[in-house]
Ligand binder design. Structure first.
Ligand code: PLP
Length: 436
C-alpha cells in the first residue's frame, strides 16, 4: 500500500525535484498527491489542496477533466505517436490550422517544453537573417526580469540572477532592456507613460545596434516568473513599430500568458499586434501533456523553403507533434469554443477582484489583476516570508507559491465562486498571522 510517508521516502531516494535545493526537504516535506479533481488535489490520506497555481500554470480546466480525457482516450485507440519528419497525422494538422486561425501566423513548429520553444524561435530568427543575406544579425535583446526558460539558449535571454549566475560562463551575452513593469513608474507617471518611456529607451538601444540584432524576445503584458509584473499594452504597440522600422523580429513568449490567462486568447491581441514568432506551451493541452509550439509568418517560413537542405530548419525533437498531446490541445481549444470561456472568466475575475477588497486592511501593496492572474506584495520584515507563507497555506489546504514577497493567484479557470471565497479567506487569515 502506498501512503503519504512511503511515497515521500521513495521520492527522496529516487527523484531529483525541479527548481529545488533538495536539502530543504529535510525540514519542508514534499507533498505527495494521489489524485486531482477540478481545482483540488488530494493526498493519500484524503487531505485536499486547492491548486491556486494551476500546477505551475499549465492547468486551465481542472484536474480530471472528462472532455480532455475522452479526447486523449479516443486518440489512444487510433495512434499514440508517429515520427513527424516525413510523416503527418490528423491531430497535428488540425491543431496547426486552428492555431493559425487564432494567431494569424501560418506555420507551426512543435516541441514539448516551453524552453525548447524559445530556443526554436531564437534559432529560427537567426537562421532567417542568415538565409536572406544578413548573417551579421546574431544578437538577441530581452527585458529585465524576463523569463524564457532554462536551457542554455533560453537562459541566455532570461534575467533571473538566481537561475542564471551559476551558468554565466556557458551563456551568450544578451542585453536586457528596462522592464515596462508599472510598479517601476515614477510618482505621477501613469503605467502608459512609463511603458512609453521604456519603449523609447529600447528604441535608443535598437537604433544604435540594430544591424547586429536578430530578435527582441519578451513576455507580452505579464512577466510571470519574476513575480507577475504587469505592464501597459502601449509598450507592445510601440515595440512592434520599432522592430518593423529597424528590421528586428519580435518574438512574443506567450508560454505562460497564452490561452486566455490575460483575458484575451493571446496577450498580443490587447495591443492589436502580430508578432513574427509566438511561443506557446503550458496551458495549450489544458495541463495534460507536454507540448509546445512556435508559430511564425509565411514570409519567414518562405525564407527556409529552398532546394538547398541546409537552408531548411533542421531542428528536431523526438516527440515533435505528439499525437496524444495534440489531441489534448484540440480538446482544450474546443472547450474555449463550447463554454464561452473568455466571457465567463471576465465575470469570475470581476467577482474575485471585488472579494480581494478585504486585502485593503492588510499591509500589502500593488494589488493587480490582468485576466485570470492576480498578485500583490506583502510588507514584512520576515526574510523567510516566502517559505513561511507557502507552508502556512499548505497546512490549510491551499497551494500558493509566493515569489519572494509577491503572493499571486493563478487558479484553473473552473474555480467556482465558493472556491474563490475560500481561497481569499485562507489568504487573509494567513496574512493576518504572518504580518502581525
Ligand atoms: C514556463 C515558461 C517558460 C519555460 O517553459 P518550460 O516548459 O518550463 O520549459 C518559458 N517562458 C515563459 C514565459 C514561461 O512562463
Amino acid at each position: 500500500m502506498v501512503s503519504n510517508q512511503s511515497l515521500l521516502d521513495r521520492s527522496h531516494h529516487s527523484v531529483w525535484h525541479p527548481c529545488t535545493q533538495m536539502k530543504q526537504h529535510e525540514t519542508l516535506p514534499l507533498v505527495p498527491i494521489r489524485s486531482g479533481h477540478g481545482v483540488w488535489l488530494e493526498d493519500f490520506e484524503g487531505k485536499r489542496y486547492l491548486d491556486g497555481v494551476s500546477s505551475w500554470w499549465v492547468n486551465l480546466f481542472g484536474h480530471n477533466n472528462s472532455r480532455i480525457k475522452d479526447a486523449i482516450r479516443q486518440q489512444l485507440d487510433q495512434l499514440e505517436h508517429v515520427i513527424l519528419a516525413g510523416f503527418t497525422h490528423q491531430p497535428v494538422v488540425e491543431l496547426s490550422e486552428k492555431l493559425s486561425s487564432l494567431t494569424g501566423l501560418g506555420h507551426s513548429f512543435y516541441a514539448s517544453d516551453g524552453a525548447s520553444a524559445t530556443e526554436i524561435a531564437l534559432k529560427m530568427s537567426f537562421h532567417y537573417w542568415r538565409n536572406i543575406g544578413k548573417p551579421e544579425k546574431t544578437q538577441f535583446i530581452s527585458l529585465q526580469n524576463g523569463y524564457h526558460g532554462e536551457t542554455l539558449g533560453s537562459l541566455s535571454v532570461t534575467d533571473v540572477a538566481l537561475f542564471k549566475d551559476t551558468y554565466a560562463n556557458l551563456l551568450r551575452g544578451s542585453i536586457a532592456l528596462p522592464s515596462p513593469d508599472w510598479r517601476l513608474a515614477e510618482t505621477g507617471e501613469t503605467p502608459e507613460q512609463y511603458a512609453l518611456r521604456c519603449a523609447s529607451a529600447a528604441e535608443a538601444h535598437i537604433a544604435a545596434h540594430h544591424t547586429e540584432i536578430a530578435a527582441f524576445i519578451l513576455e507580452p503584458l505579464i512577466q510571470c516568473a519574476t513575480g507577475m509584473a504587469m505592464y501597459h499594452p502601449a509598450y507592445l504597440v510601440r515595440i512592434r513599430d520599432i522592430c518593423n522600422r529597424y528590421e528586428i523580429h519580435l518574438i512574443t513568449d506567450e508560454i505562460a500568458v497564452g490561452f486566455g490567462r490575460t483575458g484575451t486568447m493571446f496577450a498580443v491581441e490587447q495591443a492589436a499586434i502580430k508578432p513574427d514568432f509566438i511561443c506557446l506551451s503550458k496551458g495549450i493541452t489544458g495541463g495534460y501533456l507536454p507540448l509546445s509550439v512556435v508559430q511564425t509568418t509565411d514570409e519567414i517560413y518562405a525564407a527556409f523553403y529552398d532546394d538547398n537542405v541546409a537552408r531548411g530548419f533542421l531542428h528536431s525533437h523526438s516527440y515533435t507533434g505528439n499525437a496524444l498531446a495534440c489531441s489534448a490541445a484540440l480538446a482544450t481549444l474546443a472547450i474555449f469554443e463550447q463554454d464561452d470561456v473568455l466571457n465567463i472568466n471576465r465575470s469570475k475575475a470581476a467577482y474575485l477582484n471585488q472579494r480581494l477588497q478585504v486585502l485593503d486592511e492588510l499591509p500589502i501593496s500593488h494589488l493587480r489583476n490582468t485576466g485570470m492572474i492576480w498578485a500583490f506584495e506583502v510588507q514584512t520584515d520576515n526574510p523567510g516570508f516566502q517559505k513561511s507563507f507557502y507552508q502556512a497555506a499548505l497546512q490549510r489546504g491551499l497551494l500558493l507559491r509566493p515569489v519572494a514577497n509577491t503572493v499571486y493567484f493563478m487558479p484553473p479557470y473552473v474555480i467556482s465562486e465558493d472556491e474563490m471565497d475560500w481561497m481569499v479567506m485562507q489568504t487573509v487569515e494567513i496574512l493576518h498571522k504572518e504580518t502581525t
